[in-house]
Design a protein around this ligand. Structure first.
Ligand SMILES: *Cc1c(COP(=O)(O)O)cnc(C)c1O
Length: 369
C-alpha cells in the first residue's frame, strides 16, 4: 500500500470561487490567474473548474503553451510580458496577449514582424516598484506603442502594493490616485485589481474595477487579507486539500517529550498521533506547537517539531482517533469540516500562497469528482 498521503483538488470549489470573484465585479471580465502552475494546483487540474473565466493570466511561456494545448482558444495574458525578443514569435503564433513594463519590450515589438497585431497591457508602476513605467514615463511609452503597426490595443494596467489593507489616505488610495491622474486622458481598457482589490474595492468603485480583474489567490480558496478576513467571510471554498492518516499513536506521561529537539513536553498523560506528512511533502517546518490540524474532522493541535516525513498531533480532542484515522493538514475534511490553508499558514508565519505553491511533487494528487 502506498504511503497514505494525498492532495485533492476540488474543481467545484474552483468554479464556485470564480463565481464569487465575478460577483464582486459583475461588469468586468475575469482573468483566472494560473501562474506558478495554478498556485501549485496544476494547470491541467484547474482548467475544467475555470472554464467560465474570460481568460488565463500567467507568466511562464511554457505554461501558456500548456493552456493552449488544453484547447483554450480565448485570451491568455503574460503578466511579465516577453523576456526576450524571440518570445514575440510565440506570442504571435499562440496569440498571447502580453504585458509591456519596460522600454526594451517596446523596442522588440517595433522590430517584430507579425501576422496579426498584438494586444498589449501597458503596466504602470503605481508604487510597488517592481515592474512598470513610472507615472512620468507612462504617457510616452503609451505614445510609442500606439504608433506601432504591431499593436492592436493597449490596455492600461497597474498592480497595487497595498490592496489587502485599508490605511486612511495611504497605500492603495495613493496608488490608485497616481494611476487615475496619469491615465485620465488615455483611451483604452483598464485592469487594476488582484484578488484583494477585487474583493475589497471593486464592488463600490467602478474605476478601480475597470474592464478586467485579475484574481489569483481568492480563486484558490485563500483570503488575500487574512486574518483581517477569512474565506468564510468572503464566501470562498478550499480548492486544495492535503490529507493523510495516522500511522502510529503514542501514550505519553508527564515529562515525556516529542520529536527532534524535544520541543514539546507533555504536562499530563496524553495520547498523540503520528501523521504521514512532513516538510518534504510541503507542510511548513516552521509550524509551531498548537498549529491547527484536523483528525477525523475534529480540530486538534500539532505538537513537536515538524520532521521530513511526519508531524505529531495531540489527540485529546479526538479520543476515538486510531491508526488509519483521516488527518486533514488543510482544506476540506470529513463531515464538512474545513481547515482553511490560511490558518495553517498564519500559524507558521507565512501565507496561503506559499503553502499551496510548495506542495511537494512527491504527494500524489488527484482531482475530486
Ligand atoms: C499574481 C498576480 C495577480 C494575482 O494576485 P493575487 O494576489 O493572487 O490575486 C494579479 N496581477 C498580477 C500582475 C500578478 O502578478
Amino acid at each position: 500500500m502506498p504511503r497514505p498521503i494525498e492532495a485533492v483538488i476540488h474543481p467545484q470549489a474552483l468554479a464556485h470561487n470564480l463565481r464569487r470573484a465575478r460577483a464582486h465585479a459583475p461588469d468586468a471580465r475575469v482573468w483566472a490567474v494560473v501562474k506558478a502552475n495554478a498556485y501549485g494546483h496544476g494547470i491541467e487540474r484547474v482548467y475544467a473548474g475555470f472554464q467560465a473565466a474570460d481568460g488565463f493570466a500567467l507568466l511562464d511561456l511554457d505554461e501558456a503553451q500548456r493552456v493552449r494545448a488544453l484547447g483554450w482558444r480565448g485570451p491568455i495574458l503574460l503578466l511579465e510580458g516577453c523576456f526576450d525578443a524571440r518570445d514575440l514569435e510565440l506570442c504571435s503564433r499562440l496569440s498571447l496577449w502580453h504585458t509591456v513594463h519596460r522600454e526594451a519590450q517596446i523596442d522588440w515589438l517595433a522590430a517584430h514582424k507579425t501576422q496579426a497585431p498584438h494586444h498589449v497591457f501597458l503596466k504602470m508602476n503605481s508604487g510597488m516598484n517592481r515592474l512598470g513605467f513610472t507615472p512620468s514615463a507612462y504617457r510616452s511609452a503609451w505614445l510609442r506603442l500606439s504608433g506601432l503597426t504591431q499593436v492592436e490595443s493597449i490596455t492600461l494596467m497597474t498592480h497595487f502594493a497595498d490592496a489587502d489593507r485599508d490605511e486612511p489616505g495611504g497605500g492603495m488610495a495613493r496608488q490608485w490616485a497616481v494611476f487615475e491622474a496619469t491615465t485620465r486622458e488615455l483611451p483604452g481598457e483598464r485592469s487594476l485589481c488582484n484578488s484583494a482589490a477585487t474583493l475589497r474595492h471593486a464592488p463600490e468603485n467602478a474605476a478601480v474595477r475597470g474592464d478586467w480583474v485579475r484574481p489569483g489567490i481568492a480563486l484558490y480558496g485563500s483570503a488575500p487579507d487574512f486574518p483581517d478576513r477569512s474565506i468564510a467571510d468572503w464566501g470562498l471554498q478550499p480548492t486544495m486539500t492535503l490529507r493523510s492518516e495516522l500511522i502510529a499513536t503514542q501514550d505519553l506521561q508527564p515529562g515525556d517529550t516529542v520529536g527532534y529537539g524535544s520541543r514539546y513536553t507533555a504536562l499530563r498523560p496524553m495520547r498523540i498521533g503520528v501523521v504521514a506528512c512532513g516538510y518534504a511533502d510541503g507542510y511548513p517546518r516552521s509550524a509551531p506547537n498548537g498549529a491547527p490540524i484536523l483528525v477525523d474532522g475534529v480540530r486538534c493541535e500539532m505538537v513537536g517539531r515538524v520532521s521530513m516525513d511526519m508531524v505529531t498531533v495531540d489527540l485529546t480532542p479526538a479520543p476515538t482517533a486510531h491508526i488509519g484515522s483521516e488527518v486533514t493538514l488543510w482544506g476540506q475534511g470529513p463531515g464538512g469540516a474545513v481547515l482553511p490553508i490560511d490558518e495553517v499558514a498564519h500559524a507558521a508565519g507565512t501565507v496561503g500562497y506559499e503553502l499551496m505553491c510548495a506542495l511537494a511533487l512527491r504527494v500524489p494528487t488527484r482531482v475530486d469528482d
